[in-house]
Design a protein around this ligand. Structure first.
Ligand code: AR6
Length: 170
């Protein structure tokens, strides 16, 4: 059984097998959750990221967690919101799916996602939550033995309520 839950937390504090980073395609750091993860993990994370040659939107790459309590960081690049007609839902869904598939390949059983694309990248939170939760449930249905726990980590009460009500429909 996979426990799927929404929590309010700073993702950099979580002691899980992997945390997911809402990165940009350079994988060389930025603001938001990306900046927080790089600050907490230390300079070695950036050094490993420099070897990865970036990442396309919708794809994901894995590194070690260095000074983080999490063992690994999965760097996923979300879509920038351009109004919804530029394949944003498909790209966002691919982020969650590819992160989870990469996790399975690395025997990761506990994983925490931030709310990918809903900060700087401007994806409307209700729309993003629907895509994220649908995709997580699809992958868990396809791989029922793979994960012990999948968390979606929110920062604000508002975001927490949006993801919680989306999960309650499943
Ligand atoms: N823990 C959990 N969630 C957080 C944390 C944290 N420590 N910090 C921020 N959030 P964003 P994006 C939430 O902008 O929209 C970066 O510059 C935040 O409140 O981090 O995918 C990258 O380099 C929001 O709900 O990611 C890219 O250039 C969510 O994380 C770009 O931003 C995502 O917001 C990616 O933009």
């Amino acid at each position: 059984m996979t426990n799927i839950e929404v929590i309010r937390a700073d993702i950099t504090t979580l002691k899980v097998d992997a945390i997911v980073n809402a990165a940009n395609s350079s994988l060389l750091g930025g603001g938001g959750v990306d900046g927080a993860i790089h600050r907490a993990a230390g300079r070695e994370l950036l050094a490993e990221c420099r070897t990865l040659n970036g990442c396309e939107p919708g794809e994901a790459k894995i590194t070690k967690g260095y000074k983080l309590p999490a063992k690994y960081v999965i760097h996923a690049v979300g879509p920038i919101w351009h109004g919804g007609k530029m394949n944003e839902p498909e790209i966002l869904s691919s982020c969650y799916r590819n992160s989870l598939l990469l996790a399975i390949e690395n025997n990761i059983r506990t994983i925490a996602f931030p709310s990918i694309s809903t900060g700087v990248y401007g994806y409307p939170i209700e729309k993003a939550a629907a895509v994220a939760v649908r995709t997580v449930f699809e992958v868990v249905e396809e791989h029922p033995e793979a994960f012990d726990q999948i968390q979606i980590v929110t920062f604000s009460n508002f975001d927490y309520n949006v993801y919680s009500s989306e999960i309650s429909t499943k």
